[in-house]
Design a protein around this ligand. Structure first.
Ligand code: IPE
Ligand code: IPE
Ligand code: MG
Length: 245
């Protein structure tokens, strides 16, 4: 699918992606699972540039979940180093293209200090950029995000009767982030795996059999095309926007 085939007036503001299938991609080639993660870098960069060209303003990618710590230590270590190296080698070109980098997730003791430092440097470098916000969901869990929000609300001493949906939204990892209109999951798995629980209440879900390392901007555009064919009703009878708040 080409960008020119899409309806330019109905490009989603925020697209979120569960980048899945790296291990299977590698296994099918008789390679170690970690080679699949490495091959995912090209998929990610092509998707970022494709999103930028399409005018998508927010792109959120699931890079490491709070459940991924259950994997063998070698794979976890590989993923930590891989994400650090990705930041180091790519942040300058992202910055040059006016892309703002952001991180959604828990900064707990399990994340090496070195990586937290790289994250902070990257946030600082790109913080005033305006073309697009790329959020890396890293040590991210939707339930953890809600637990963290509840803790913050309680710590502030907010009376129970004063808590509404806006209170919760204000305490999410990025209160300024609009809900994703479109959530894509690759590799033929039909689940959300604890991604953006609050935020995807009304997202359109698109599942594709493409394994993440094979994903390219044309696959992103195909998902946007499917999104543009959906009738979004938000519980009502006509198109309305639940993000209007
Ligand atoms: C997604 O690929 C990347 C991460 C979860 C970090 P997987 O590693 O889950 O690949 P499969 O699902 O085993 O093929
Ligand atoms: C979801 O993929 C997490 C990321 C893509 C980072 P998983 O491969 O970890 O999810 P499950 O285990 O299939 O639910
Ligand atoms: Mg997987």
């Amino acid at each position: 699918m080409e960008l020119t085939e899409l309806d330019a007036r109905r490009i989603p503001v925020h697209v979120a992606i569960v980048m899945d299938g790296n291990g299977r991609w590698a296994q099918r080639r008789g390679l170690p699972r970690t080679d699949g993660h490495a091959a995912g870098e090209e998929a990610l960069m092509d998707t970022i540039w494709g999103a930028l060209d399409a005018g998508i303003r927010w792109l959120t990618v699931y890079a490491f979940s709070t459940e991924n710590w259950k994997r063998p230590v070698d794979e976890v270590r590989y993923l930590m180093n891989f994400n650090e190296r990705l930041l180091l080698t790519r942040r300058d070109e992202l910055h040059a293209k006016n892309v703002k980098m952001q991180f959604l997730g828990r900064r707990d003791w399990r994340v090496p200090k070195r990586i937290l430092r790289r994250i902070d440097e990257t946030l600082e470098l790109t913080r005033d950029n305006t073309a697009m916000t790329v959020s890396m969901a890293f040590n991210y869990g939707g339930r953890a995000e809600l637990v963290d929000a509840v803790r913050a609300i309680v710590a502030e001493g907010t009376p129970a009767g004063k808590i509404d949906e806006r209170t919760i939204r204000r305490h999410l990892y990025d209160p300024t982030m609009p809900d994703p209109e479109l959530v894509i999951r690759t590799s033929g798995e039909y689940r959300t795996s604890n991604f953006l629980l609050w935020e995807m209440a009304y997202s359109e879900l698109v599942f594709t059999d493409v394994l993440w390392p094979d994903f390219r901007r044309s696959d992103l555009y195909a998902a946007v095309d499917e999104f543009q064919r959906r009738d979004r009703r938000f519980g009502g009878l006509s198109d309305a926007d639940p993000n209007a708040r």
